[in-house]
Design a protein around this ligand. Sequence first.
Ligand code: PLP
Length: 393
Amino acid sequence: MISERAKTVEAAATLAMSKLAKDMQANGIDVINLGVGESNFQTPKRIAQAAIAAIQAEQTSFYTPTSGIKALKQAIIDQVKQRFDADIAISNVTVTTGAKLSLYALMQVLVNPEDTVVAAAPLWVSYVEQIKLAGGILHTVKPTNDELKLTVADLNALPQKVKLVILNSPTNPTGQVYTRDEVTAILDWANQHGAYIILDEIYGQLVYNGAVFTSGLQIQALENSRMIIVDGVSKAYAMTGWRIGWTLASSDIISAMNKLLDHMTSNPTAVAQYAALAALTGDQDSVEEMRLAFEDRLNATYDLLNTVPGLQVAIKPQGAFYLFPKVTPEVLVAAGVKNTSELSMKILEEAHVAMPSGEGFGMPGYLRMGYAKDQTVLNEAVRRLTVFFEQYT
Ligand code: PLP
């Protein structure tokens, strides 16, 4: 029998939607898949070549240290110094099989049964299940501001003791970027209340139209703090398939994670670590080229999407690569569906556009559109959505 614990876990709504889209494509249906959180760019050639070279140089046959090869950890330290002028040590770094595993291991290391973990809705789907698997209780704050950002006022309103706060900036799925003052205020709150705080900075290099990303590392030192940074190569380097992410934290947290990871993976895949090393140490032009492409797509698609009747994106995203339009309640009624989850299925079936609904992100009433696709594909998606929504407005 499947364990009670496993039975409580929901499949990732984003991956489920994407799988449905792929199944339809396999049956010859022309589906536009805007469901999954990855770009349509290939991993830059020089990175793939470095991985091939590492195999040919016989660097990839054996287990590596659990926390990753020293050269990659050093490259992460150097990048942190260069991007944020922060000094961290090798003992503050562990490399994992994607940022997702960093987050999973962190929940296991930090959260006791019944501990409260706080995050703002909408929030990334995997936090919810990872917290549940650790036995924690997720308290989802529903922000009242238009940007849907967590504020200190929200945190002050919580009656219970908070063990851990998760802050994701730029945010998946809203694309909002927390200002330096906002990050500072939330870190101060966590410090005053003895709470741990995970800053999920996976989209930190993907900010647009002059928005400025602030890392927690620009605000406070890591060692002896309860601040934890999660990052990785997936999004900025078009490397989702390689599965390399990392955690930066106080060395006691890193040691506890490494003990767990010993039994979970032994190490992140060696060849992927060499690819990530090349990503961080080589020419960074491809990061900027992709960022500029995403910026153009955001600007064009944001304007287009706001012309679709029944959909509205109030505040323009500043980072990541998602739009999170709100669906007017009238549309749900006219379309004869109970909620946006049903609506997203109807859109998939009738308009052949895959977009997960806000339900999986703790915020019903919205849809998420990943815009890291070619503009022609995005234009066609908006055209199909317009035809679909015109029937119900
Ligand atoms: N954090 C957020 C907010 C994400 O959207 C994702 C990927 O979708 C991740 C973490 C995990 O990234 P990866 O495991 O590919 O490094």
